[in-house]
Design a protein around this ligand. Structure first.
Ligand SMILES: *[C@@H]1O[C@H](CO)[C@@H](O)[C@H](O)[C@H]1NC(C)=O
Ligand SMILES: *[C@@H]1O[C@H](CO)[C@@H](O)[C@H](O)[C@H]1NC(C)=O
Ligand SMILES: *[C@@H]1O[C@H](CO)[C@@H](O)[C@H](O)[C@H]1NC(C)=O
Ligand SMILES: *[C@@H]1O[C@H](CO)[C@@H](O)[C@H](O)[C@H]1NC(C)=O
Length: 323
């Protein structure tokens, strides 16, 4: 109701520019306890083999591993238990959006992301039931507090990126094929300050945004202190137009990648594991203490800062279908 009333006002006032197709309308404004309605809790074995036990919604509420109140949603690992070496991993949380998306914009406003040795947080869009054929977009991911974030697409064979692109980030590999170079994917490392880990948190976090369209995928990051964050992003506006947001941090055009073929309907997945395939294998090349598994088992207090604090997740869909 509210949306259509607003929209009617825009239309009456003639405020919607003629390029209607480039505009997106707010469909899900996920704030605080609203996360419980828009996401499923996945108490599954961690596919990345981390030293975690993903708990269900009720357990996460009872143990305060998720907490939704007013404009705050916290998602964290347990930071109180010492673990038995042969017992289950540290309790943590993995959530998946109930809805799936093709062409859309999603904005993730965070005040804090998980930090600490052994942590491996991720915000991704993928279709778990058809991987890797359904494609995967890593929006925010990293291990052991190592900045920067590298935004990465993973696909089956046949999707590559041009070397010369209009983006602020640094291009890594051009081939998105999971079979190339141990599933490195086609990544772009961000250059905006404070885009990951302790620096991100010290700066009060910021905004990650994705636009997925038929002919490109773009990701933007604005640190909290960045005065260039668009008003429509900062204010949680009903209408957004990414064409007005300036050069993206990472830009993936469809020049040599048919996006409609390599990317199916995706869920948003937010997960936080410890050690495992990446954080565990990279652990010894950091300044982190002990071994990853021993640290997780024996140093619960070290995981006090291993939490996301979301101010909002906002999902927008095209105002006028561009199909
Ligand atoms: C998060 O979930 C995705 C999709 O299932 C999986 O590929 C990835 O390994 C998980 N990452 C973490 C950090 O748990
Ligand atoms: C649960 O977590 C929230 C957010 O971190 C915190 O403010 C609150 O005090 C915690 N509640 C309990 C009972 O520990
Ligand atoms: C890169 O692309 C821009 C426009 O997209 C073009 O002006 C420039 O010449 C290109 N640079 C190279 C090295 O191809
Ligand atoms: C890129 O997207 C446009 C618009 O949807 C489409 O017309 C074009 O065929 C696509 N190119 C490739 C290589 O998939």
């Amino acid at each position: 109701m509210v949306f259509s009333a607003c929209l009617a006002t825009f239309l009456v006032l003639g405020l919607v520019p003629s390029s209607l197709g480039a505009q997106y309308l707010l469909k899900e404004n996920i704030i605080g306890s609203g996360f419980y309605d828009h996401f499923d809790w996945e108490a599954v074995d961690d596919p990345s083999h981390g030293r975690v036990t993903y708990v269900d919604m009720q357990t996460s509420i009872e143990q305060n591993l998720t907490y939704g109140h007013h404009d705050t949603f916290i998602l964290r690992t347990d930071f109180q238990s010492v673990l038995q070496p042969d017992g289950p991993g540290r309790n943590s949380v993995r959530i998946r959006s109930k809805n799936t998306y093709t062409t859309h914009v999603a904005i993730f406003e965070m005040r804090h992301m998980p930090q600490g040795c052994g942590t491996w947080p991720a915000i991704r869009e993928t279709k778990e039931s058809d991987k890797p054929a359904g494609g995967l977009v890593d929006i925010l991911e990293g291990v052991n507090d190592q900045a920067p974030d590298t935004v990465t697409l993973h696909t089956i064979e046949g999707c590559t990126m041009p070397a010369n692109r209009s983006q602020t980030g640094i291009t890594r590999q051009l081939d998105c094929n999971v079979a190339v170079n141990s599933n490195a994917g086609c990544g772009v490392s961000l250059t905006e300050p404070a885009n990951y880990g302790p620096d991100f948190n010290a700066n009060g976090g910021g905004w990650y945004a994705i636009e997925r369209a038929a002919d490109h995928i773009s990701i933007w990051f604005w640190p909290r202190s960045d005065r260039r964050v668009p008003h429509q992003v900062k204010s949680g506006g009903v209408l957004v137009n990414p064409k007005e947001w300036g050069t993206p941090s990472a830009f993936f055009p469809n020049t040599s990648c048919d996006m409609t073929k390599f990317f199916e309907e995706h869920n948003i997945i937010i997960n936080l594991t410890l050690c495992g395939d990446w954080a565990g294998s990279a652990y010894s090349s950091t300044d982190c203490p002990s071994t990853c598994i021993d640290h997780v088992n024996n140093d619960p207090a070290a995981f006090k800062d291993a939490y996301f604090d979301f101010a909002a997740v906002r999902v927008y869909e095209p105002l006028v279908s561009d199909k």
